[in-house]
Design a protein around this ligand. Structure first.
Ligand SMILES: Nc1ncnc2c1ncn2[C@@H]1O[C@H](COP(=O)(O)OP(=O)(O)OP(=O)(O)O)[C@@H](O)[C@H]1O
Ligand SMILES: [Mg+2]
Length: 290
């Protein structure tokens, strides 16, 4: 992959700050490999955005990072444990520290909003019902949905459903939040509200947040660092500024929303990845195969 200048590494990064470290991750469904050696790091309190086109493997990466898919190779270190080889009880324990809002919301339609938010608390804790009720109200208040406890998901708008899903992800006071396309399908104003919510969570609770998106405006607003995935490879990683300045053709194509070439063979594709690695600013370093 391309590592962009300005990305923290070596001397200016304390290893102790690294909360998540994905190393050479390979994931396959049956015989088909989807992720071909992904590297990603997230420091405590940082928002890392995973960018990429449809089908590039973003959701697969996120699902693997929360332990829902088993990698076929590589390591996923979260809070000192490698999820690639973790035991079921340890995984259960570490998942209490992680909140996830899935692509498509995924509230349970037959439960009220309050019951949806209470679900992780009922599953993972032995808290009194009265305590759970208070916690549910608190979480709904965080996302601006106080008073909607008894509503059914079908009675909420798209943006409200996303917020309710965030409240559920917050239920266990996680240290790490994973969002898969939090603002997809929402109108721009509601989507901006979700971006603000993510910024607030980071600021108020110092949460480490991993967001998958292909919404560029949102990505540039919320990210401390970003990676761009293409066809299961990380093609670039760096700060939003690094990414904006990057001249690598594959990165430009994604950021400038240039249509796919009609005939792009494997050779063209590899060429696109390697071109621009010796650009005038000298800002990118070819890390492919590393
Ligand atoms: N459960 C599964 N079984 C088999 N193949 C899958 C499964 N989930 C995803 N895939 C395949 O893996 C590839 C990557 O899918 P993934 O959902 O990770 O992409 P994505 O980047 O999240 O796309 P989008 O932006 O459309 O959500 C796709 O080719 C998809 O068909
Ligand atoms: Mg997806």
């Amino acid at each position: 992959m391309e590592k962009l200048s300005g990305e923290k590494n070596g001397a200016d990064t304390k290893a102790a700050d690294v909360l998540i470290s994905v190393r050479n991750l390979h994931v396959r469904y049956a015989q088909r490999e989807i992720l071909h050696g992904i590297n990603l790091e997230a420091h405590s309190g940082e928002t890392v955005v995973i960018l990429g086109g449809s089908g590039s493997g973003k959701s697969t990466l996120l699902r693997t990072m929360v332990g829902l898919e088993k990698p076929s190779g590589g390591e996923i270190w979260i809070a000192g444990k490698n999820l690639a080889v973790i035991s079921a009880p340890d995984l259960k324990e570490i998942r209490k520290k992680m909140g996830m809002s899935f692509q498509g919301g995924a509230l349970f339609g037959s439960m009220t909003v309050g019951e949806n938010v209470a679900l992780p608390l009922r599953e993972h804790t032995k808290l009194e019902e009265s305590t759970i009720e208070i916690m549910v109200r608190l979480k709904l208040e965080h996302v601006g949905l106080l008073g909607y406890e008894s509503y059914m998901p079908s009675q909420l708008s798209g943006g409200m459903k996303k917020r309710a899903a965030v409240a559920r992800a917050l239920a266990m006071d996680p240290a790490i939040l994973f969002f898969d396309e939090p603002s997809a399908g929402l109108d721009p104003i509601i989507a901006a509200g979700i971006d603000n919510l993510i910024l607030q969570l980071k600021k108020a609770f110092h949460m480490t947040i991993i967001v998958v998106t292909h919404e560029l405006a949102s990505a540039f607003l919320i990210a401390d660092r970003m990676i761009l995935i293409d066809k299961g490879y990380v093609v670039a990683a760096g700060t939003p500024e690094n990414m904006r300045d990057c001249t690598q053709p594959r990165v430009r194509q994604f950021l400038d929303r240039v249509a796919e070439p009609e005939v792009a063979g494997e050779m063209d594709y590899l060429q696109m990845l390697t071109e621009g690695t010796s650009n005038t600013e000298g800002t990118v370093e070819d890390k492919r195969g590393a």
